[in-house]
Design a protein around this ligand. Sequence first.
Ligand SMILES: Cc1cc2nc3c(=O)[nH]c(=O)nc-3n(C[C@H](O)[C@H](O)[C@H](O)COP(=O)(O)OP(=O)(O)OC[C@H]3O[C@@H](n4cnc5c(N)ncnc54)[C@H](O)[C@@H]3O)c2cc1C
Length: 473
Amino acid sequence: MHYSTNDNKSTSKKKVVAVVGGGLVGALNACYFAKRGFQVEVFESREDIRQAKIVKGRSINLALSHRGRQALKQVGMEDTIVSKGIPMHSRMIHSLNGTQSPIPYGKKGQYILSVDRANLNKELLSAAETYPNTNLNFAHKLLDWSTETGVMTFVRAEGAKEEIQADLIVGCDGAFSAIRKQFLRQSRFNYSQTYIPHGYLELTMPPINGEFAMKPNYLHIWPRNTFMMIALPNLDKTFTCTLFMPFEEFEKVTTGDQVLTFFQKYFPDAIPLIGAEALKRDYFRLPAQAMVSVKCSPYHLGDKCVLMGDAAHAVVPFYGQGMNAGFEDCLVLNEIMDQLNEDFSAVLPEYTRVRVPDDHAIADLAMYNYVEMRAHVNSKLFLFRKYVDNFLHIIMPRTIIPLYTMVTFTRTRYHKAVKRWHWQEKVINQGLLFCAAVSVAGGSYLLVRYPPNMPNIPTEQLWSRLQALKSPF
Ligand SMILES: Cc1cc2nc3c(=O)[nH]c(=O)nc-3n(C[C@H](O)[C@H](O)[C@H](O)COP(=O)(O)OP(=O)(O)OC[C@H]3O[C@@H](n4cnc5c(N)ncnc54)[C@H](O)[C@@H]3O)c2cc1C
């Protein structure tokens, strides 16, 4: 089949864009290209998930934030998706002794949204389909494509092969992209992938008496240093709990009783909420899934092909930005298409130039948050710094902006957010050091000037008292 126009006189509006992958980013991208008037052909390896009884895939729900919302807004989808999301204003930290303490995500009124992945994907596919110039081709798995001719080879569900050509190929086929394989054969293509030692598995916390088992407007976190569990609310009043843990720890838990013992030790408050029997059963429903971080550059091949979403930059999920960054990819490409009159030979290199530093920055930040979420949130110093940052942001909103706020509630370019964060850290740390030095100097002066009535303790006794202070008990 030959979809390409290959007609020099034809306007770019008639060009055919093949979007490979009808996941979150592919389906949104189809709307963007269709809105511009291109003939859009989406090729998705799975059957139509709108008809499927069980939708296999990754996390059941995800956190949607500003960048993702802005991208949805541009194609008129923001309100539909937001209306089916649950706002989460704060993290809720569950300590081992069962106490819960909230840490707000930002200022009053700022929140992230828990959205259902399958529903989001379905809504985006249906939105793409409303454009008369879009076709959704399900059960089309890309096997390979030629960089010389641009011909793509698909295999159908029944095993038949189909060859298809388009003017532009947009690779939105996820972290293990088949489109990207051809890039790996090109000279000067940089590529790296890192599997983290942790895997994840999902558990469901059912409603209790028809109501959420925990406070719904929070992202619940049980940080336990080397591992953690999180829970996001769903519209059906369940929570999806995700346990992130090193694979070697998962492998140690092999029986239902061991699951219970493990939860009694680390997440005792979650047992009655998930249910002991359900826990013992559901823990083994699926094996723990791996998480990979992929970085590559450039994102384009000539004027023929571009990688977007996880195909270009799979990030670990700890900043809740993978999909948001992928959605923002669509927005950025769209902005560049405006600037460069849809001339693919200029648009694609510009897209690589603009987007690579940002996607690499969010990949690094997600790795950083991998430690912050499970370990730092337990530290008093970390909490103190969060409060200092938030306080400074309130009194100097333009000068000090917390990193999380820049990433989650603005469209500040990711790499610029990181740069600014480093600068702020330096300034705030120096400020705190200065305050500490002034306090010590002031305190010492007052002690000398107005010495307190101290008991006269002999030096040896003082030394043994100091030694006693070092004892953990
Ligand atoms: C546990 C977990 C939690 C997450 N939480 C968040 C979060 O809270 N917030 C957030 O922003 N992000 C989150 N993410 C990241 C987010 O899931 C991804 O960034 C997002 O799904 C990327 O979308 P995509 O369309 O690029 O890729 P995918 O969602 O992987 O879609 C790729 C599509 O391509 C299809 N495909 C694959 N190969 C082929 C082929 N050869 N031919 C044709 N079609 C093909 C697949 O079937 C699929 O439909 C999370 C990820 C994980 C693993």
